[in-house]
Ligand binder design. Structure first.
Ligand SMILES: C[S@@+](CC[C@H](N)C(=O)[O-])C[C@H]1O[C@@H](n2cnc3c(N)ncnc32)[C@H](O)[C@@H]1O
Length: 175
């Protein structure tokens, strides 16, 4: 992904500098208070220590800086999760369990040019809010993004994502 982005920047420069770094030690890679905005899209649940990554993000933001962070929604991305289906395969309800477990889940990705496994931290929402507030952020907004009616018309197979929350998004200010 990053090589692709770097290639595009080389071909059509926009003045973007790409750096590969560990989110947990961003504060060692960049000077404190050196960014106005930080974003993290569906990545922090894959980082072994999300709390540490949030603290590092807070450190590299200038006071008054903003962060937008999305994660897999802990209420649906649980250690046990299964869609109950009718005889025709229609999704009836999402069955979840073990929401309050703090654990690492392993996802096996198939159907790519190679197969791989990624770890994902599962923790209840109360942990995420504690990590965010503990890092020193103020919570400005919280959203649970889902497909619009228009998106559903174009992609009816996204229907399940309009019934249960798959994503959680935090709008944060560095105090
Ligand atoms: C589910 S993917 C999301 C990728 C992309 N942001 C998107 O939305 O399509 C999770 C990403 O987290 C990255 N990641 C995992 N651990 C990380 C860490 N310690 N520091 C920085 N990135 C990490 C992975 O390399 C991967 O690109």
């Amino acid at each position: 992904m990053i090589e692709h982005a770097m290639r595009i920047e080389r071909d059509a420069p926009l003045g973007i500098a790409y750096t590969v770094a560990d989110a947990q030690t961003l504060d060692r890679t960049f000077a404190p208070a050196s960014f106005d905005v930080a974003t993290s899209c569906l990545a922090l649940q894959d980082v072994p220590d999300p709390e540490r990554a949030l603290r590092a993000m807070h450190t590299v933001l200038r006071p008054g800086g903003r962060a937008v962070v999305s994660i897999a929604h802990p209420c649906s991305d649980t250690p046990y999760r299964e869609w109950l289906k009718d005889a025709g395969g229609r999704k009836l309800a999402l069955s979840i369990d073990r929401y309050f477990e703090r654990t690492v889940m392993r996802y096996r990705w198939t159907g790519w040019s190679y197969e791989f496994t990624t770890p994902a931290v599962h923790a209840p929402l109360e942990d995420w809010f504690r990590w965010i507030l503990g890092a020193g952020f103020a919570l400005c907004t919280f959203a649970e993004p889902r497909p619009s009616a228009e998106a559903l018309r174009e992609h009816p197979d996204l229907e399940d994502a309009a019934r249960v929350p798959y994503f959680a998004m935090f709008g944060l200010a560095r105090s």
